[in-house]
Design a protein around this ligand. Structure first.
Ligand SMILES: Cc1cc2c(cc1C)N(C[C@H](O)[C@H](O)[C@H](O)COP(=O)(O)O)c1[nH]c(=O)[nH]c(=O)c1N2
Length: 246
Protein backbone atom coordinates (compact mmCIF):
# COMPACT_ATOMS: atom_id res chain seq x y z
CA UNK A 1 0.00 0.00 0.00
CA UNK A 2 1.50 3.32 -1.07
CA UNK A 3 1.85 6.10 1.48
CA UNK A 4 0.18 9.50 1.05
CA UNK A 5 3.55 10.97 0.03
CA UNK A 6 4.01 8.32 -2.68
CA UNK A 7 0.50 9.06 -3.98
CA UNK A 8 1.48 12.69 -4.38
CA UNK A 9 4.66 11.67 -6.26
CA UNK A 10 2.83 9.50 -8.82
CA UNK A 11 -0.95 9.74 -8.38
CA UNK A 12 -1.77 7.33 -11.20
CA UNK A 13 0.10 4.59 -9.35
CA UNK A 14 -2.67 4.69 -6.77
CA UNK A 15 -5.27 3.58 -9.33
CA UNK A 16 -6.67 0.10 -8.86
CA UNK A 17 -9.23 -2.03 -10.67
CA UNK A 18 -12.86 -0.97 -10.17
CA UNK A 19 -14.78 -3.94 -11.54
CA UNK A 20 -18.39 -4.51 -10.50
CA UNK A 21 -18.83 -6.43 -7.26
CA UNK A 22 -19.72 -10.11 -7.42
CA UNK A 23 -23.42 -11.03 -7.44
CA UNK A 24 -23.29 -12.03 -3.75
CA UNK A 25 -21.55 -8.78 -2.80
CA UNK A 26 -24.10 -6.72 -4.74
CA UNK A 27 -26.95 -8.62 -3.10
CA UNK A 28 -25.47 -7.84 0.33
CA UNK A 29 -25.20 -4.13 -0.49
CA UNK A 30 -28.80 -3.86 -1.69
CA UNK A 31 -30.01 -5.97 1.22
CA UNK A 32 -28.45 -3.68 3.82
CA UNK A 33 -29.80 -0.60 2.03
CA UNK A 34 -33.33 -2.00 2.04
CA UNK A 35 -33.22 -3.62 5.48
CA UNK A 36 -31.81 -0.53 7.27
CA UNK A 37 -34.49 0.88 9.57
CA UNK A 38 -34.93 3.79 11.89
CA UNK A 39 -35.21 1.98 15.24
CA UNK A 40 -37.13 3.45 18.18
CA UNK A 41 -38.27 0.70 20.51
CA UNK A 42 -36.60 -2.63 19.66
CA UNK A 43 -33.30 -2.01 21.45
CA UNK A 44 -31.83 -4.76 23.65
CA UNK A 45 -30.05 -3.85 26.87
CA UNK A 46 -26.55 -5.28 26.17
CA UNK A 47 -23.61 -3.01 25.41
CA UNK A 48 -22.27 -2.81 21.88
CA UNK A 49 -18.64 -4.05 22.11
CA UNK A 50 -15.84 -1.58 21.48
CA UNK A 51 -14.63 -3.30 18.27
CA UNK A 52 -18.14 -3.18 16.76
CA UNK A 53 -18.49 0.51 17.66
CA UNK A 54 -15.11 1.20 16.08
CA UNK A 55 -16.05 -0.63 12.87
CA UNK A 56 -19.28 1.36 12.60
CA UNK A 57 -17.51 4.66 13.26
CA UNK A 58 -14.77 3.72 10.78
CA UNK A 59 -17.51 3.19 8.15
CA UNK A 60 -18.79 6.68 8.98
CA UNK A 61 -15.25 8.04 8.71
CA UNK A 62 -14.97 6.65 5.16
CA UNK A 63 -17.90 8.74 3.91
CA UNK A 64 -17.33 11.26 1.13
CA UNK A 65 -16.72 14.82 2.30
CA UNK A 66 -16.37 18.12 0.51
CA UNK A 67 -12.68 18.83 -0.19
CA UNK A 68 -11.96 15.68 1.89
CA UNK A 69 -12.74 17.91 4.85
CA UNK A 70 -13.90 15.11 7.20
CA UNK A 71 -15.72 17.66 9.37
CA UNK A 72 -17.34 15.12 11.70
CA UNK A 73 -16.89 14.20 15.36
CA UNK A 74 -18.75 11.48 17.25
CA UNK A 75 -19.70 12.02 20.90
CA UNK A 76 -20.51 8.67 22.53
CA UNK A 77 -23.06 9.15 25.31
CA UNK A 78 -23.72 6.32 27.77
CA UNK A 79 -24.19 8.25 31.01
CA UNK A 80 -27.78 7.73 32.25
CA UNK A 81 -28.09 11.21 33.75
CA UNK A 82 -27.04 12.87 30.50
CA UNK A 83 -29.44 10.69 28.53
CA UNK A 84 -32.24 11.61 30.93
CA UNK A 85 -31.49 15.28 30.26
CA UNK A 86 -31.57 14.63 26.50
CA UNK A 87 -34.87 12.79 26.91
CA UNK A 88 -36.32 15.77 28.79
CA UNK A 89 -35.19 18.01 25.89
CA UNK A 90 -36.93 15.61 23.49
CA UNK A 91 -40.16 15.74 25.51
CA UNK A 92 -40.21 19.55 25.44
CA UNK A 93 -39.57 19.67 21.68
CA UNK A 94 -42.11 16.92 21.06
CA UNK A 95 -44.83 18.92 22.84
CA UNK A 96 -43.97 21.96 20.68
CA UNK A 97 -44.01 19.86 17.48
CA UNK A 98 -47.39 18.37 18.38
CA UNK A 99 -48.77 21.85 19.00
CA UNK A 100 -47.62 22.93 15.52
CA UNK A 101 -49.55 20.11 13.81
CA UNK A 102 -53.07 20.36 12.43
CA UNK A 103 -55.41 19.42 15.33
CA UNK A 104 -56.72 16.28 13.56
CA UNK A 105 -53.17 14.82 13.33
CA UNK A 106 -52.18 15.38 16.97
CA UNK A 107 -53.57 12.16 18.45
CA UNK A 108 -51.89 10.10 15.72
CA UNK A 109 -48.59 11.95 16.32
CA UNK A 110 -48.86 11.27 20.07
CA UNK A 111 -49.34 7.55 19.38
CA UNK A 112 -46.00 7.32 17.52
CA UNK A 113 -42.77 6.33 19.27
CA UNK A 114 -40.14 8.78 18.03
CA UNK A 115 -36.99 8.03 20.02
CA UNK A 116 -35.09 5.36 21.97
CA UNK A 117 -32.86 7.68 24.00
CA UNK A 118 -33.15 5.80 27.30
CA UNK A 119 -33.77 2.30 25.96
CA UNK A 120 -30.74 2.22 23.65
CA UNK A 121 -27.56 1.56 25.68
CA UNK A 122 -25.55 4.01 23.58
CA UNK A 123 -26.36 7.41 22.08
CA UNK A 124 -24.07 9.07 19.52
CA UNK A 125 -24.16 12.76 18.72
CA UNK A 126 -22.62 13.48 15.30
CA UNK A 127 -21.30 17.00 14.86
CA UNK A 128 -19.75 19.07 12.07
CA UNK A 129 -16.74 21.34 12.62
CA UNK A 130 -17.50 23.99 10.00
CA UNK A 131 -14.02 25.53 10.27
CA UNK A 132 -11.99 22.34 9.86
CA UNK A 133 -10.80 23.26 6.35
CA UNK A 134 -10.26 26.96 7.04
CA UNK A 135 -12.70 29.74 6.27
CA UNK A 136 -14.01 28.35 2.96
CA UNK A 137 -12.29 25.22 1.66
CA UNK A 138 -12.27 23.36 -1.64
CA UNK A 139 -15.81 22.84 -2.93
CA UNK A 140 -17.50 25.07 -0.38
CA UNK A 141 -17.04 28.59 -1.71
CA UNK A 142 -20.39 28.51 -3.56
CA UNK A 143 -22.13 25.84 -1.48
CA UNK A 144 -21.12 26.40 2.14
CA UNK A 145 -23.57 23.81 3.52
CA UNK A 146 -21.70 20.96 1.82
CA UNK A 147 -19.87 20.36 5.13
CA UNK A 148 -23.21 19.55 6.76
CA UNK A 149 -24.16 17.37 3.78
CA UNK A 150 -20.84 15.52 4.13
CA UNK A 151 -21.61 14.80 7.78
CA UNK A 152 -25.02 13.44 6.78
CA UNK A 153 -23.19 11.06 4.39
CA UNK A 154 -21.16 9.86 7.39
CA UNK A 155 -24.36 9.22 9.34
CA UNK A 156 -25.73 7.13 6.48
CA UNK A 157 -22.54 5.03 6.34
CA UNK A 158 -22.78 4.51 10.10
CA UNK A 159 -26.43 3.51 9.79
CA UNK A 160 -25.78 0.93 7.05
CA UNK A 161 -22.73 -0.58 8.75
CA UNK A 162 -24.69 -0.83 12.00
CA UNK A 163 -27.52 -2.69 10.24
CA UNK A 164 -25.04 -5.20 8.85
CA UNK A 165 -23.72 -5.74 12.43
CA UNK A 166 -27.24 -6.34 13.82
CA UNK A 167 -27.10 -2.98 15.59
CA UNK A 168 -30.13 -0.71 15.35
CA UNK A 169 -29.90 3.06 14.92
CA UNK A 170 -32.60 5.65 15.47
CA UNK A 171 -32.16 9.32 14.53
CA UNK A 172 -33.77 11.85 16.88
CA UNK A 173 -34.12 15.40 15.61
CA UNK A 174 -36.97 16.43 17.88
CA UNK A 175 -34.92 18.60 20.22
CA UNK A 176 -33.45 22.06 20.30
CA UNK A 177 -29.77 22.39 19.43
CA UNK A 178 -29.28 24.71 22.42
CA UNK A 179 -30.38 21.95 24.81
CA UNK A 180 -27.99 19.37 23.33
CA UNK A 181 -25.20 21.94 23.21
CA UNK A 182 -25.57 22.59 26.91
CA UNK A 183 -25.90 18.92 27.97
CA UNK A 184 -22.89 17.75 25.92
CA UNK A 185 -20.71 20.90 26.19
CA UNK A 186 -20.68 21.41 22.42
CA UNK A 187 -19.02 24.73 21.47
CA UNK A 188 -21.19 27.20 19.59
CA UNK A 189 -19.04 27.05 16.43
CA UNK A 190 -19.65 23.30 16.08
CA UNK A 191 -22.85 22.33 14.23
CA UNK A 192 -25.00 19.51 15.57
CA UNK A 193 -26.03 17.20 12.72
CA UNK A 194 -27.50 14.06 14.27
CA UNK A 195 -28.42 12.53 17.60
CA UNK A 196 -28.53 8.74 17.28
CA UNK A 197 -29.83 6.00 19.55
CA UNK A 198 -27.72 2.87 19.08
CA UNK A 199 -27.97 -0.72 20.35
CA UNK A 200 -28.39 -4.34 19.36
CA UNK A 201 -31.86 -5.33 18.13
CA UNK A 202 -33.43 -8.74 17.69
CA UNK A 203 -36.22 -7.50 15.43
CA UNK A 204 -36.76 -4.65 13.02
CA UNK A 205 -39.70 -3.53 10.92
CA UNK A 206 -39.73 -4.78 7.32
CA UNK A 207 -40.92 -1.34 6.15
CA UNK A 208 -40.53 2.17 7.63
CA UNK A 209 -42.39 2.27 10.93
CA UNK A 210 -44.09 5.50 9.86
CA UNK A 211 -45.52 3.58 6.90
CA UNK A 212 -46.57 0.63 9.07
CA UNK A 213 -48.31 3.12 11.38
CA UNK A 214 -49.90 4.94 8.42
CA UNK A 215 -48.23 8.31 8.95
CA UNK A 216 -46.63 8.42 5.49
CA UNK A 217 -45.83 6.05 2.65
CA UNK A 218 -43.03 5.65 0.11
CA UNK A 219 -43.46 7.81 -2.99
CA UNK A 220 -43.36 6.03 -6.37
CA UNK A 221 -39.76 6.34 -7.68
CA UNK A 222 -40.92 6.90 -11.26
CA UNK A 223 -42.65 10.11 -10.19
CA UNK A 224 -39.40 11.48 -8.76
CA UNK A 225 -37.26 11.05 -11.87
CA UNK A 226 -37.04 13.88 -14.39
CA UNK A 227 -35.05 13.74 -17.60
CA UNK A 228 -33.03 16.65 -19.00
CA UNK A 229 -34.86 19.40 -17.09
CA UNK A 230 -36.97 19.97 -13.99
CA UNK A 231 -40.44 18.51 -14.32
CA UNK A 232 -39.76 16.76 -17.63
CA UNK A 233 -40.75 13.13 -17.53
CA UNK A 234 -39.16 10.66 -19.93
CA UNK A 235 -38.97 6.97 -20.68
CA UNK A 236 -38.57 5.98 -17.03
CA UNK A 237 -41.96 7.49 -16.23
CA UNK A 238 -43.98 5.58 -18.81
CA UNK A 239 -44.34 2.39 -16.82
CA UNK A 240 -44.00 1.30 -13.21
CA UNK A 241 -40.33 0.56 -12.59
CA UNK A 242 -39.36 -3.06 -12.28
CA UNK A 243 -35.97 -2.93 -10.61
CA UNK A 244 -33.73 -5.96 -10.94
CA UNK A 245 -30.95 -5.89 -8.35
CA UNK A 246 -29.17 -9.05 -9.43
C1 LIG B 1 -32.62 13.94 9.30
C2 LIG B 1 -33.51 12.88 9.92
C3 LIG B 1 -34.19 13.17 11.10
C4 LIG B 1 -35.01 12.21 11.68
C5 LIG B 1 -35.18 10.95 11.04
C6 LIG B 1 -34.48 10.68 9.85
C7 LIG B 1 -33.66 11.62 9.29
C8 LIG B 1 -32.92 11.29 8.01
N1 LIG B 1 -35.99 10.00 11.62
C9 LIG B 1 -36.18 8.71 10.96
C10 LIG B 1 -37.26 8.76 9.89
O1 LIG B 1 -38.52 8.85 10.48
C11 LIG B 1 -37.16 7.49 9.04
O2 LIG B 1 -35.89 7.48 8.42
C12 LIG B 1 -38.24 7.40 7.98
O3 LIG B 1 -39.50 7.30 8.59
C13 LIG B 1 -38.04 6.20 7.05
O4 LIG B 1 -37.93 5.02 7.82
P1 LIG B 1 -36.65 4.07 7.76
O5 LIG B 1 -35.46 4.90 8.11
O6 LIG B 1 -36.55 3.55 6.34
O7 LIG B 1 -36.92 2.98 8.75
C14 LIG B 1 -36.54 10.23 12.86
N2 LIG B 1 -37.26 9.25 13.51
C15 LIG B 1 -37.80 9.48 14.72
O8 LIG B 1 -38.44 8.58 15.29
N3 LIG B 1 -37.61 10.69 15.37
C16 LIG B 1 -36.92 11.69 14.80
O9 LIG B 1 -36.78 12.75 15.40
C17 LIG B 1 -36.36 11.48 13.50
N4 LIG B 1 -35.65 12.45 12.87
Amino acid sequence: MATDAEHRAAPEDALEAAAPFSEAERAAIYRVIHARRDVRDEFLAGDVPRDVILRILDAAHHAPSVGFMQPWNFILVRDAEKRRAVYAAFERACAAEEEALAPERRAHYRSLKLQGILKAPLNICVTCDRARSGATGLGRTQQPDTDILSTACAVQNLWLAARAEGVGVGWVSIMRDEDLRQILDIPKEIAIVAYLCVGYVAQAYAAPELEVRRWASRLPLEELIFEESWGKRGSLHNSALNIDET
